[in-house]
Design a protein around this ligand. Structure first.
Ligand SMILES: NCCC[C@H](NC(=O)CCC(=O)O)C(=O)O
Length: 444
C-alpha cells in the first residue's frame, strides 16, 4: 500500500478583496481598501497548485464559498429581495456586509483539522471543520466547509466528519494552521503537534496583550479527543504570546513541519526545549529540528516574507523542497538564510518560489492556501476524483475563472447586486465541474 500526503488548495472565490477584516494580521490591516484582482488571485493559486501536481504531488482543489453571504445577512434581519438585502446592509451595517463578502475560505489551512488513519484509534481519517470564531467573516465558513469536505471525502468506511466545535471563544479553533503532524513515513503512526495561543479557561495563564490568540488549548484538546488520538501521539505547545503580538496570528506563520522535520523560528513557542524533547520522545527514529535564530531572521522579516508559511514537501527521492512565496526572495535576510540552508546538511535541499501576492496581501502564503490530508491508495481511490488537479481540470478551471471573474474589486463594489449573480453563476457551474452536488445555500 502506498502512502503520501495530498494537498487540497482553496480556489480563490470571485469576491476576493482587501477589506482589512483581520485584526492581528498585519498584511490584512496594511492593505485594507487596496484594489484587488480576483482573477489574478485565482490564477496565481491555480499556478502554484498545478506546479505541485506536475512535481508528482497529489493535488486537489476545494471550492470557494458562496459570497456575498445573503443567508447570514437575512439571519440578522435584513429582508426583501437579494438586491434590497444588499442595499440595506451597505447602508446600515457596512462592516458586516464586508465580512459577509470575504473570499477567506481560500485559506484552506483554516478549513479543518485532519488526522490521518495511521494516527487514529478506528483507522479512519478524521475531519473537524474549524469554527474560526475569532473573526466574524471567518465564523460563517464552517457549515459549508463541512458540506464541501463531505462531498469529497464521502466514503464512511474511510472518512469521519465531526461537527465544528462550540461557537464560543473558549473553543476558538483555526484548524490545520495550528496543527502539524510529524511522522517517519506518511503511512506510519505519527505525532500530532497542536499549537495553541491561549488557555481560555485559566485566567492566570499567559496570553498576548495586544492581538488575539485565536486558537485555544481547550479547542486543541477537543479535536484530539474527537479524532481519537491519545497521549502517546499528541503534543500540545503554547505559541509564544510575544510573537502573536508582532503579527504571528497563526502558528503556520512561524513554523512548518513535514515528516520528521520541524522548521521553526527560535521564538515560535513557549517552553521550547521541553516541548521539542517531548516530540523527540514520542516520535521514534530520527527527527530534525531546524531552528532559525532571530539573529538571522527577525520576527518582522518572518512575518513580512512568510518564510515559515511555506510548504515543506517530500519529493520522490525523499529529499524535501520548500515552496516559498516570491516575497521570501525579495527579502535580503530571508533570501540569505534560505541560500545558506541549502548548503547545510538537512533534508531540505531545494527552494521553489511562487508569486501568490494577491493572497499574501491578505496575510495568506502558500501554506495558508492548502489543507493537507495524508492518505493511502485505498483512501485516495475512495474520494471524489473530480477535485484532483490534472491538465484537464487545470484548463477547465482557468477557463472558468476567465469567464466569471473580475480583474478589479474594491470593498465599495461589494454592494453591487450584479456580483451576487456573477458569483452564483460561477459557483453553480463549478459544482458541476467538480461534481460536488448542492453544497451551497442558494442551491438548496
Ligand atoms: N491562514 C491565513 C489566513 C488569512 C486570513 N486573512 C483574512 O481573512 C483577510 C481578509 C481581509 O482583510 O479582507 C485571516 O486572517 O484569517
Amino acid at each position: 500500500m502506498k502512502h503520501f500526503e495530498a494537498n487540497f488548495d482553496g480556489l480563490v472565490g470571485p469576491t476576493h478583496n482587501y477589506a482589512g477584516l483581520s485584526f492581528g494580521n498585519v498584511a490584512s490591516l496594511n492593505n485594507a481598501a487596496q484594489v484587488a484582482n480576483p482573477k489574478a488571485a485565482a490564477k496565481q493559486g491555480l499556478q502554484k497548485a498545478k506546479a505541485l501536481a506536475d512535481m508528482g504531488m497529489v493535488q486537489g482543489m476545494l471550492a470557494p464559498q458562496e459570497r456575498p453571504d445573503l443567508h447570514t445577512l437575512r439571519r440578522i434581519g435584513f429582508n426583501g429581495t437579494d438586491k434590497e438585502v444588499l442595499q440595506k446592509a451597505a447602508e446600515q451595517a457596512p462592516a458586516v456586509l464586508r465580512a459577509c463578502c470575504s473570499a477567506s475560505s481560500m485559506w484552506t489551512a483554516n478549513a479543518a483539522t485532519v488526522s490521518p488513519s495511521a494516527d487514529t484509534h478506528d483507522g479512519r481519517v478524521h475531519f473537524t471543520p474549524a469554527n474560526l470564531v475569532d473573526k466574524l467573516h471567518r465564523s460563517i465558513e464552517p457549515q459549508t466547509t463541512g458540506n464541501i469536505l463531505k462531498a469529497i471525502f464521502s466514503d464512511s468506511r474511510y472518512f469521519v466528519h465531526h461537527q465544528h466545535l462550540p461557537e464560543h471563544s473558549s473553543f476558538g479553533d483555526e484548524g490545520a494552521a495550528n496543527h502539524t503532524r510529524l511522522c517517519q513515513e506518511y503511512g506510519h503512526a505519527g505525532v500530532e503537534v497542536f499549537v495553541y495561543g491561549q488557555e481560555a479557561t485559566n485566567p492566570q495563564a499567559i496570553k498576548p496583550k495586544k492581538f488575539p490568540a485565536r486558537q485555544t488549548l481547550e479547542a486543541s484538546q477537543a479535536i484530539a479527543r474527537l479524532h481519537r488520538l491519545d497521549e502517546d501521539n499528541t503534543v500540545f505547545i503554547q505559541q509564544n504570546p510575544e510573537v502573536i503580538d508582532q503579527g504571528v496570528f497563526h502558528n503556520d506563520v512561524i513554523a512548518v513541519g513535514n515528516r520528521n522535520v520541524l522548521f521553526h523560528h527560535e521564538q515560535a513557542f513557549v517552553d521550547t526545549k521541553a516541548k521539542l524533547a517531548e516530540i523527540r520522545a514520542k516520535l521514534e527514529g530520527d527527527i530534525h529540528f531546524i531552528e532559525v535564530p532571530t539573529a538571522k531572521v527577525s520576527i518582522q522579516d518572518a512575518v513580512k516574507s512568510y518564510l515559515f508559511n511555506t510548504q515543506l514537501l517530500s519529493m520522490s527521492d525523499g529529499k524535501m523542497v520548500i515552496i516559498a512565496p516570491t516575497d521570501c526572495a525579495e527579502n535580503p535576510a530571508v533570501k540569505a538564510y534560505l541560500d545558506e540552508l541549502l548548503t547545510l546538511d538537512t533534508p531540505i535541499q531545494k527552494v521553489e518560489y511562487f508569486d501568490v501576492k494577491q493572497s499574501m496581501q491578505n496575510g495568506g502564503g502558500p501554506a495558508c492556501l492548502r489543507l493537507r490530508v495524508a492518505m493511502n491508495d485505498a483512501e485516495l481511490t475512495a474520494i471524489n476524483q473530480h477535485v484532483l488537479l490534472n491538465d484537464n481540470l487545470f484548463t477547465r478551471l482557468n477557463a472558468w475563472v476567465d469567464k466569471h471573474y473580475r480583474d478589479r474589486l474594491l470593498p465599495a463594489d461589494l454592494a453591487d447586486p450584479q456580483l451576487i449573480v456573477e458569483s452564483r453563476t460561477a459557483l453553480d457551474e463549478l459544482t458541476q465541474i467538480m461534481k460536488l452536488g448542492s453544497v451551497y445555500q442558494f442551491q438548496r
